[in-house]
Write a protein of this length. Structure first.
Ligand code: SF4
Length: 369
């Protein structure tokens, strides 16, 4: 086995399980339909894709589909009749290592995997394709993007972003909160395989978890990317489970910001569900912004409460179970209360504190709702 050294190919949990002789390994062939593969690889710590001939490209396609459409983030190994000249392409579609049938070419594989520093097309890992280096497109300019999207509906903005502007490098962040069904339903009408980033802080309401399952099933969302805080960091920094009370900013950093930071390099653009009518710092929210070099799209920025309600009714969307109890903005159960009298829609968040955003809404990060 030869490591391909993708920049992001660290799988310490899978490696530990495999080293201990445990963990399920699934082998697929290149003709496997990615939809069937999704069920087959559930719970696997490593997926092997077999190449019967070096000129059979189907394994490359399947690898791309597993990474981009299924959202598989575990170990991916290429097995079979492969030659060193294919090393770069294996890396670009997301393989972590290779087990070639032809032995004795280790030095050639090592040279081949670093032969080219650049790539022409977008791919896995953090290599910026050459066209992005060479050309500063008008679309890269925020003012041009905002002007282009200014008069478009949220649905048209999303369609352009997903199908044209950031193909395969875009995801939506969702809290599966009170208004989340609107954006998620729009996404499902365009491409239900669009990655949905869901931050499971370990402090979510049971109703939110149930609502997440309900919307996922009902809308046919096939690529939920569930992010959890690092277990060791939680044990070390929040051993008494009271960090949210002692230092909520540190708690949000531990349970939201850092898990998001760990995967943010996978995408060039992230969609959020924020709206101006939420008040506070969101009142001047643009449709498109750039945070830390990455695009954030807020397609619902211009919509008000009436437009959201109208969309819910038009498509008969299910409501979050807590909205009936007065919760209009829903985060962790420890830090969320019903909307306060005379308060704005987010007045129940971090009640009694000066904190108004969870920390991923700062200039360093931006998240949905
Ligand atoms: Fe912690 Fe509260 Fe932030 Fe949730 S909202 S991550 S419990 S501080």
């Amino acid at each position: 086995m030869l490591t391909l050294d993708r920049k992001d190919n660290t799988h310490p949990i899978a490696d530990a399980q495999l080293a201990a002789g445990g963990g399920r390994i699934v082998e697929l062939t290149g003709d496997t339909d990615w939809r069937q593969a999704k069920a087959a690889i559930a719970g696997a710590v490593r997926v092997d894709i077999r190449f019967p001939k070096f000129n059979d490209g189907r394994g490359f396609t399947l690898a791309t589909q597993l990474r981009q459409r299924v959202g598989y983030t575990g170990k991916l190994r290429a097995v079979g009749d492969l030659i060193p000249d294919q090393a770069q392409h294996l890396i670009r579609v997301g393989f972590d290592d290779v087990e070639p049938d032809r032995k004795g070419f280790d030095a050639d594989w090592a040279r081949a995997r670093t032969r080219f520093a650049h790539a022409y097309q977008p791919g896995q890992g953090n290599v910026t394709p050459l066209f992005r280096h060479r050309h500063k497109r008008p679309e890269d300019d925020l003012a041009a993007l905002n002007a282009r999207y200014r008069d478009l509906s949220p649905q048209d903005i999303l369609r352009d972003a997903i199908e044209n502007e950031w193909i395969g490098k875009i995801a939506i962040m969702s809290s599966f909160g009170a208004e989340a069904a609107v954006g998620l339903h729009m996404i499902s009408q365009i491409d239900p395989a669009t990655p949905v980033i869901f931050l499971d802080t370990g402090r979510l309401f049971a109703q939110t978890e149930q609502y997440q399952r309900q919307l996922t099933d009902q809308f046919g969302l096939s690529n939920i990317r569930l992010l959890k805080p690092d277990a060791e960091a939680v044990a070390e920094e929040d051993s008494d489970e009271r960090l949210w009370r002692r230092d909520p900013d540190a708690c949000c950093s531990l349970r939201k910001v850092r898990p998001l930071d760990a995967i943010i390099g996978d995408y060039d653009a992230l969609i959020t569900g924020r709206k101006r009518f939420h008040g506070g710092g969101r009142m001047s929210l643009p449709v498109v912004e750039r945070i830390n070099g990455r695009i954030r799209i807020n397609p619902l920025a211009n919509w008000d409460a009436a437009a959201i309600e109208d969309y819910f009714r038009r498509f008969d969307l299910p409501r979050h179970p807590l909205t009936d109890m007065g919760y209009a903005s829903i985060g962790c159960w420890t830090c969320t209360a019903p909307v306060q009298a005379e308060g704005d829609i987010r007045s129940g968040r971090w009640l009694g504190q000066t904190k108004t955003e969870c920390g991923i809404h700062t200039p360093a990060q931006v998240a949905a709702e």
